[in-house]
Ligand binder design. Sequence first.
Ligand code: CA
Length: 420
Amino acid sequence: MHPNDPSLRSFIDVSPDSDFPIQNLPYGVFSTESTLSRRVCVAIGDFVLDLHALQSAGLIGPADVFSEPTINAFMALGPKIWSATRARISELLRHNNPVLRDDASLRARALFARSEARLHLPIRVSGFTDFYSSRDHATNVGTMFRDKENALSPNWLHIPIGYNGRASTVVVSGTKIRRPLGQTKRPFDSTPSHGPCLRLDFELEIGTVIGQPSAMGTTLSEQQAEAMIFGFVLLNDWSARDIQQWEYVPLGPFQAKAFATSVGPWVVTREALEPFRVHGPTQSPEPLPYLHQTGANNYDIALDVTLRGSEMQVPANICSTNFKQMYWSPIQQLVHHASSGCAMEVGDLLGSGTISGPGPKERGSMLELSWNGTDPIKLAPSVERSFLNDGDSLTIWGHCSGACYKIGFGGVEGTIVPSM
Ligand code: CA
């Protein structure tokens, strides 16, 4: 049976609202208190399955790429091995397969409660590129800072706009985010000053994880680009709006984005998302031929953002939207990225750009939710926010809804701590 078959069941109990049924099997990297070395795992229900332990027992191959501290060596093996490995892991977890189910000693070596596992950054990020592919987000920002009639810049409907960000400060969910320092100049200031960011923001995004390289000086077809995509992570592109506003002319964001980017601990594979592929919005004007796409290259992924201030008992939901509305697809972003002859590497991470929808609760940043601070959002009876305070904990959630299971991402959380 195919690993995406909705009727598959595991011998491990998985509740219907779990992010990690047997149809998902996202890749991560973990360690435990007793074994500090990092190794590759998949999530199943409330457990992590240690792939190095399975490889040592001779149950999965082809090489020992699972004792590495990231999934890069595994990704480098290519799509045929990705598929075969996922199928094999799925087989070993099935309710009617005794190999792992009935081997208590192997189970003790390979299965760990997720609550006891420390999850690490799953990929060694080679390069981080951030796009700007949500039409609603670009329209909101353009309306705020230019005018409604000219909200989209003249190039926006022709090029997946992006910039090269920093790989060095991509961190895993749970890492504390220090409020950045930077240079700012408000419109009414006569001179710039340097100090803690006063308009700290998040950006709701999904990151595409590139699992295969392309050579410098070559270009990619739609099909070649698709085959290079290993999977997807939730991504929060933390942003310092006051720093951004002063520095971004003429070369775009720099320090406003360079201080931190959080990603989820689980890389959901492209294969697990296959049943949730959908066509994106109609593109008009038609993109240039090198950006034509024939496939349904968007994904139906429901997204939520919750925010909890240190003064709050429970988090408040501040945004609910969907990834399927993105104007430029991940494949078009990758095709465009390589189109100049730019080499792509195993471990490259491509941020989708802030994901916003048309409704007021579908805005994927504080900038949009509070309309540049002019309309603060209510989190609790006496709690409001325009931007993020120290002590605020922000989490992005994402999942696809199957017939009787969901393919989830496990969330990406970050808590703001004061400046140095
Ligand atoms: Ca961004």
